[in-house]
Design a protein around this ligand. Sequence first.
Ligand code: NDP
Length: 337
Amino acid sequence: NRRFVLNQRPKGEPDENTLRLETEKAPETGKGEMLLRTVYLSLDPYMRGRMSDAKSYAAPVEIGQVMVGGTVSRVVTSDVEGFAPGDWVLGFTGWQDYAVSDGTMMRNLGAAPTKPSWALGVLGMPGFTAWSGLGEIGNPQPGETVVVAGATGPVGGTVGQIAKIRGARAVGIAGGPEKCRHAVEVLGFDACVDYKAGDFEAQLEKATPDGIDVYFENVGGKVLDAVAPRLNTAARVPVCGLISQYNATALPDGPDRMGWLMGLILRQRLTMRGFIVFDDFGHLYGDFAREMTGWVEEGRIAYREEVIEGLEQAPEAFVGLLKGEAFGKRVIQVGPE
Ligand code: NDP
């Protein structure tokens, strides 16, 4: 069993000393347990938080512990009711080849799911994040303008498409012309603005002539700076993530703009609400799964995935994910289907 354990807490960007690859013999199962073989490992921005011991909503990974992560696995042997050898299982077994489970918190995807890895993206946690954050906090109305960054990622791409289904105008923000093209041509955004372009603010203004009613916050930083002055009265801001800051070791230099932001919230009567998807909206998961499965089957939601071969590639692929190198949902293929 190969596994990545946390070797050292990173300062800033994770490096080659952050994780350590260990090899041990495959784990053995006992009564009431099953052996799972990892096929797909999800890479997600929240993993940066788990590497750190700064105060957060979830406990950090301890030094020497297997790095956590969502996985899609196959059952090798089973003494757990409802799980048979060959079944596909969505779980949280981390960065390793094999894991033992008693079935707790495991979702059986059946013997032959159409796209097993999609359970790590549009049909799982990131899709649920988009669906619940937009639906419960953003609540877009027909004709309103919804803006989201990371527009080709699993959360942002889904946010834009749900906004369209609800009759709103969807404006994406993404890094580079190729991703912007994909957002418009494949995902169906009405417009997409490249935040790396020199005239980003002017482009955003052009793409949001009626201002912004819902800003689904995924990134923070300069994107938030450009969006905030364009928020309309009574705009809603689901605060989902701040990826531009995850590797930061200190607050940026510059004037203290807290007073400016509070003034904006007051005058524009903004609603900004943070959420942690399963803690806040876990009770809605069944509704999400039904609705999203329907949309995907009807071809109303497109989804792009980037599969990288080999568990050993995971650390580098993760660092790249935080820098915007992924084009679509990044998953690691740990073993054959
Ligand atoms: P993505 O796969 O979309 O990856 C993140 C994207 O963020 C990158 O592709 C990049 O987009 C963009 N990005 C990175 N750095 C910057 C930067 N400095 N400025 C602007 N954009 C940047 O991630 P996910 O879809 O998985 O997650 C999106 C967000 O949702 C994250 O912030 C994540 O932490 C959050 N999240 C929150 C949850 C919650 O419960 N609150 C649950 C799940 C996710 P580009 O390539 O276009 O540059």
